[in-house]
Design a protein around this ligand. Structure first.
Ligand SMILES: NC(=O)C1=CN([C@@H]2O[C@H](COP(=O)(O)OP(=O)(O)OC[C@H]3O[C@@H](n4cnc5c(N)ncnc54)[C@H](OP(=O)(O)O)[C@@H]3O)[C@@H](O)[C@H]2O)C=CC1
Ligand SMILES: O=C([O-])CC(=O)C(=O)O
Length: 268
């Protein structure tokens, strides 16, 4: 088998789905390696799944893959991008919020001929937002509602002593820019970071985050006003094994991977 060699960084809710799909076989793509947190746990899962692929250290990724898909805690993004982009390779980043404070990574990609790819992930409409951004976008607003357990433990809640336990009504826990939201909720609103990068940037994109005991899904609404179109779109994501992460996220990464070498490519 040969094709674009894909490395997966992080074998959690997203990474496991990607590893399974790539192992089942996708034209033009090959699972070539993984980089993990806990090695023993990862090896046990790979063996149980019958997936034969090496576990490699992060600094060895460029030798083993053409693109590394990050689906790990946000803290790995800096080192991963420096390593892969420094070698002129591609990265696909799911922890999109970690890209916002690091503009130097895109510069590194430019200088070395690498690329940072941020898939639509758990959101929708980034095709239309990117198109509108070719003209003039006047505003981008996002409203996120999640079951309280999909927000629990976020640094912003801890720092501001906001409890989302035992809520009987929905509670607005954050209102501000996508940039501030990405800092305060690094594992919860990567979608807002991706939206801001597709459109008018992290300072101008606004977001409300609600902890809502009345929903069982991670719900995102975006409202865009531009000189080419106005649109509002909504998605209700069924949580994966990780309650913070919608099931569709891994599928979005997979769809983006398929497009890398596809002879027919649909959507911007
Ligand atoms: N862009 C988007 O739309 C979305 C982005 N996300 C983001 O994607 C990322 C992954 O999400 P998800 O799969 O649900 O997370 P999980 O917590 O389910 O999995 C993360 C995995 O990363 C592993 N890991 C920990 N440290 C490292 C390391 N240094 N190198 C490699 N792997 C490591 C963990 O292993 P171990 O358990 O052994 O520590 C774990 O298996 C998160 O940052 C999440 O916020 C999620 C949903 C939507
Ligand atoms: O953006 C994120 O990090 C996760 C999210 O909201 C979702 O999966 O719906």
């Amino acid at each position: 088998m040969s094709g674009i060699r894909v490395g997966i960084v992080g074998l959690g809710a997203i990474g496991r789905k990607l590893a399974q799909a790539l192992t089942q076989g996708i034209d033009g793509l090959e699972l070539s390696c993984v980089t993990v947190g806990g090695r023993d746990k990862a090896q046990a899962w790979l063996s149980e799944q019958g997936i034969d692929c090496p576990i490699v250290a992060m600094q060895d990724l460029p030798a083993h893959c053409d693109i590394a898909v990050e689906c790990a805690p946000a803290a790995v993004v800096g080192e991963l991008c420096t390593t892969m982009l420094g070698a002129g390779k591609k990265v696909m980043i799911l922890s999109a919020g970690a890209i916002l404070p690091r503009p130097e990574l895109a510069e590194l990609a430019r200088a070395r001929g690498g690329q940072i790819i941020i898939p639509t992930g758990a959101l929708l409409g980034l095709d239309a937002v990117s198109a509108a951004a070719e003209g003039e976008i006047r505003s981008v607003r996002m409203i996120t509602r999640k079951p309280p357990r999909g927000l629990a433990g976020a640094p912003y809640l801890v720092e501001n002593a906001i409890s989302v336990e035992g809520l009987s009504e929905k509670l607005l826990v954050f209102k501000g820019s996508a940039g501030e939201a990405a800092k305060g909720f690094p594992a919860n609103v990567n979608v807002a970071a991706a939206l801001s990068l597709a459109g008018i940037g992290p300072d101008a994109t606004t977001i409300e985050i609600w902890a809502d005991p009345g929903v069982t899904r991670n719900c995102h609404r975006i409202e865009v006003d531009a000189d080419s179109a106005s649109f509002s779109l909504e998605i209700e994501n069924i949580p994966s094994e990780n309650p913070k992460t919608g099931r569709i996220t891994a599928l979005s990464a997979l769809a983006a991977l398929r497009k890398l070498g596809a002879p027919l490519r649909v959507g911007t």
